[in-house]
Design a protein around this ligand. Structure first.
Ligand code: FES
Length: 194
């Protein structure tokens, strides 16, 4: 009899404690969503780069190896192959009313002839009957090279295409006659290579 009373008393007390506990709540609050804050903090710790999407999409990914734009990129350094000042020059696109003629003295041949700004030097020289050197006729070798005696080649001719001469060579007056078009009068030594 005593045991039954003790068990009932214990059960009653337990129920009371449990009821009080739930009545007051557990005090647990769901944590705030800090994932965005964490992402922003991590992103702020990554150095800024100009690396284009999507390579720089991941936080921290690729930043160490990123090459800032303009450094080691597409631009040719001075002295590198291929003067870029002729980029896009198309002599066939010159309108008739913009065709101009210039006097080019061929020093070794001993003659001065007129060449239009839409005619390349090699073609016109051959039409004169001169045996001028050439190979590719596409600006890819230096077989046809000549040296302008008056100054930097860029002041006297435009190249339609130049894959063979360095900027320094052109500064010394060298040009590729197969793809060179006059923009001024000058004297040329044919058969001269840098
Ligand atoms: S012939 Fe090759 S660059 Fe002129």
């Amino acid at each position: 009899m005593v045991d039954q009373m003790s068990v009932a008393l214990g059960a009653g007390l337990t129920l009371i404690v449990v009821a009080i506990h739930y009545a007051r709540g557990t005090g647990w609050e769901p944590p705030a969503d800090i994932s965005q804050e964490v992402l922003e903090r991590r992103a702020a710790a990554v150095p800024e780069t100009d690396f284009p999407e999507p390579m720089n999409r991941s936080i921290g990914g690729g930043a160490a190896g990123a090459i800032p734009a303009g450094e080691g990129g597409a631009e040719l350094e001075e002295g590198e192959e291929g003067g870029d000042e002729e980029e896009g020059f198309d002599p066939e696109a010159i309108p008739d009313d913009e065709v101009e003629y210039y006097e080019v003295e061929f020093a070794k041949e001993g003659e001065t002839i007129e060449i239009a700004n839409n005619e390349n030097i090699l073609d016109v020289g051959e039409e004169e009957g001169w045996d001028l050197p050439y190979a590719c006729r596409q600006g890819q070798c230096v077989s046809c090279a000549g040296q302008i005696q008056d100054g930097p080649a860029g002041d006297y001719i435009r190249h339609e295409h130049n894959e063979a001469l360095f900027d320094d060579d052109m500064d010394d007056g060298y040009c590729l006659t197969c793809v060179a078009y006059p923009i001024d009068d000058f004297t040329l030594e044919t058969g001269e290579q840098p």
